[in-house]
Design a protein around this ligand. Structure first.
Ligand SMILES: [Zn+2]
Length: 286
């Protein structure tokens, strides 16, 4: 689960309520290209990439060494107003209000990239059932796939949440699913889940590690990897991912489960995430 500081209703010029927008003082040439004043835009995690390096020139700007990220190297992620590079902003589907759109831009986008790397098999395992998982499960079900959700052993609330958003089955992360998995995504930052997921995956299947951090992966017998199984990680997102995913989100449609927090309660949101009392996504509302 992730807290979403990075989005929400910033206007490209005078706001819909008549107040000046964040870019109102800039010369026209520097205004957002492709957006009209008053448009609602999302500002994803990838805030900037160099556009000139080998990664950027080969469709992999998510790996650009000079990329900068919203709310990390770029100011404004935790603010009422933000200046953002319009080339990296995305229009939001009008069917989503601000709070329900917010999780699409971080958990949704990273989850979607991970989902695309998990192969095309029908049975998808998801380890760790938080914000990203609840979004991607709905996409997978829409694609006619079956999701097998793995949660912290004994977390009955997470199991109920997983089945409520469409998982075909939910069980403890140490459990065997009722059928072998064609691919798996690990959202939980737990390295021990890598050999666990491999052991549940069919030959040729891929296990995708979708987190930025993960505890050490314990050593495991080669037979778990044998037969062309693979392990890979996912880092960040590209603008291509963002546009593709928001198109998908408009079509599915995805019902995001959110708990809003006032911006000044950001620390409480983080505490609730850590304690596992949140189902879905925490959204900070400036
Ligand atoms: Zn670059």
């Amino acid at each position: 689960m992730v807290v979403y500081p990075s989005v929400l209703d910033e206007s490209t010029g005078p706001g819909r309520d008549g107040r000046p927008g964040a870019l109102a003082g800039l010369p026209t040439a520097r205004r957002a290209r492709g957006f009209a004043p008053g448009d609602r835009v999302g500002i994803p995690w990838l805030g900037e990439a160099c556009g000139a390096c080998e990664f950027c020139l080969t469709g992999r700007e998510n790996l650009c060494r000079r990329a900068r990220y919203t709310g990390y190297q770029l100011d404004g992620g935790y603010a009422e107003y933000a200046v953002a590079d319009a080339r990296f902003c995305v229009p939001l589907p009008p069917s989503y209000d601000d709070q329900h759109a917010a999780p699409l831009l971080c958990a949704g986008l990273i989850g979607y990239r991970a989902y695309g790397m998990a192969g095309h098999g029908r049975r998808v395992g998801i380890y760790g059932f938080g914000a990203a998982a609840h979004v991607i499960t709905q996409v997978a079900v829409h694609d006619g796939r079956a999701v097998y959700a793995f949660v912290t052993p004994g977390d009955e609330q997470a199991k109920r949440f997983a089945t409520a958003v469409g998982a075909a089955w939910a069980g403890d992360s140490s459990e065997a699913p009722p059928v072998p998995l064609d691919g798996a995504i690990i959202f939980a930052p737990v390295g021990a889940l890598v050999p666990e997921a491999l052991s549940r995956t069919v030959p040729g299947g891929t296990v995708v590690c979708a987190g930025i951090h993960m505890s050490d992966i314990p050593s495991f017998p080669y037979r778990l990897l044998w037969e062309e199984r693979s392990i890979r990680s996912v880092a960040n997102l590209t603008r291509h991912d963002a546009r593709g995913f928001l198109d998908v989100a408009a079509r599915v449609p995805i019902h995001t489960h959110v708990r809003p927090y006032p911006l000044e309660q950001a620390n409480q949101a983080l505490a609730d995430l850590r304690s596992g009392t949140l189902s879905g996504a925490a959204v900070l509302v400036p």
